[in-house]
Design a protein around this ligand. Structure first.
Ligand SMILES: [Zn+2]
Length: 429
């Protein structure tokens, strides 16, 4: 495909108008102001449109779309224990797949090309990723409250099977990570075992870190160190790791994250909704910590719309830090694109440059709220809406184009998800 005469947000987040971008064999093969001599096939008219990197969701629980709007206005403990956990207990693997498919449809609609998911094992989930064409890093969230070793847990075998069968499957779109759900839901023995397993298999790690003040402070009391220091001491961070939330990190924790190259996946909307607190994102960025963006699950957001997250990320932390110059538009866009791709181990992705994966989105530049254009990066962060996305492309394949899904039947997806949510409620009552 040849994007012709299109506005382009380049890898430095500068805006260039009237550009040509040629996509071939899944990668960006040409970028220039002149029409290329080479034939790239179908021409995409770019007038009044903006091309930018697709966005990467660094932390979610896709199948929780079934719980969207189910548990609201509750304290965190009640939200989890009275509503979320009982609902999830009644979900079948079929429900998990129906929820995941709804999540993929929503993500493609809002320009997400890849997502890092932590949930229950499900072959059907793998099929969803395989068939829809989206990219995903999947990890089975390990919890353990007894004295068993990691290799005695069913999760060990499940993860082994997943790695063998699905790591780098679907032309590399699917990656398997290992997940320790969190410090407070596991034991040192299991953390250590999982860290060694990740090292042996050369896979990445995904965890929740210091999401709530309670979790952070209780860890200090229980273990004499912060959750970040605890994980580092058990070797978890010797692996490339994504740590979701990072709301209560202390200065020394941020230094640890930078030192070990851990990515903090900030989920500002979820933290706002569950009153988890305000991550010190400006300080993390200042210290050189890689910060990516996640939506968390749809029960605590309630969208999987990363453009909403970008807006919140770029405004909330100005207020919480008392510094309106904190978190620049370029930093917000970088968190949603390049940093997210890197957090998923997708090295040549997340930016428009020659040779990078053609994970791209086109936005409508003619919407009234996108004018005038003093600096396009400012408009994209502070004015754009997820619904401005016209087209989503993954590895050079168009998966969504102005309301039309190329790889899924949206009416059936919505019908099945509604039916699944209802059937869980029936089993709950
Ligand atoms: Zn989460």
């Amino acid at each position: 495909m040849l994007f012709s005469g299109i506005g382009l947000l380049d890898e430095n987040f500068d805006y260039r108008t009237d550009m040509f971008v040629g996509v071939k064999d899944g990668v960006i093969a040409y970028i220039g102001a002149d029409k290329p001599a080479e034939d790239f096939g179908e021409a995409y008219p770019g007038r009044g449109r903006i091309l930018m990197s697709g966005v990467y969701n660094a932390h979610t629980h896709a199948s929780m779309t079934l719980l969207r709007g189910y548990a609201e206005n509750l304290a965190l403990a009640d939200w989890l224990e009275k509503k979320v956990f009982p609902f999830e207990k009644k979900m079948t693997l079929g429900d998990v797949a129906d929820g995941a498919l709804l999540a993929v449809a929503e993500m493609l609609r809002f320009g997400t090309v890849s997502f890092s998911d932590m949930y229950y094992y499900n072959d059907e989930f793998m099929r969803v990723v395989g068939e829809t064409g989206i990219k995903a890093n999947f990890s089975y969230g390990v919890t353990c409250f007894d004295e068993r070793g990691y290799e005695q847990l069913p999760a060990y075998e499940i993860s082994e099977k997943l790695i063998g069968q699905f790591h780098n499957a679907f032309e590399g779109r699917m990656k398997i990570d290992l997940s320790i759900h969190g410090e407070y839901t596991s034991t040192p023995r299991v953390v250590k075992g999982l860290a060694e397993h990740a090292k042996d298999r050369g896979v990445r790690v995904h965890t929740h870190l210091s999401e709530t003040k309670k979790e952070h402070e209780e860890c200090k009391q229980r273990r004499g160190k912060t959750p970040a220091a605890y994980f580092a001491s058990l070797g978890l961070f010797d692996n490339p790791t994504t740590a979701a939330h990072c709301v209560w990190l202390e200065d020394a924790d941020m230094d640890l994250l930078r030192e070990y190259g851990v990515t903090a996946a900030s989920c500002p909307v979820s933290n706002l909704k569950l009153a988890g607190g305000f991550a010190r994102v400006p300080q993390m960025l200042e210290r050189g910590v890689r910060v990516a963006l996640g939506t968390d699950g749809a029960a605590s957001n309630n969208n999987l719309n990363l453009f909403k997250e970008i807006h919140c990320f770029a405004t909330l932390f100005k207020c919480s830090s008392g510094d309106p110059s904190a978190v620049t538009p370029a930093q917000a866009l970088c968190a949603a694109t390049l940093s997210g791709a890197q957090a998923q181990g997708r090295e040549n992705a997340g930016a428009i440059k020659t040779g990078a994966a053609a994970d791209l989105v086109v936005l409508d530049a003619q919407a009234p709220h996108m004018h005038p254009v003093h600096q396009m990066a400012n408009n994209l962060v502070f004015a754009a809406q997820g619904s401005d996305v016209l087209l989503t492309m993954v590895d050079g394949k168009v998966l969504y184009d102005r309301g039309e899904y190329k790889t899924l039947d949206i009416e059936r997806v919505i019908f099945n998800a509604d039916r699944a949510a209802k059937s869980v409620l029936t089993r709950l009552s």
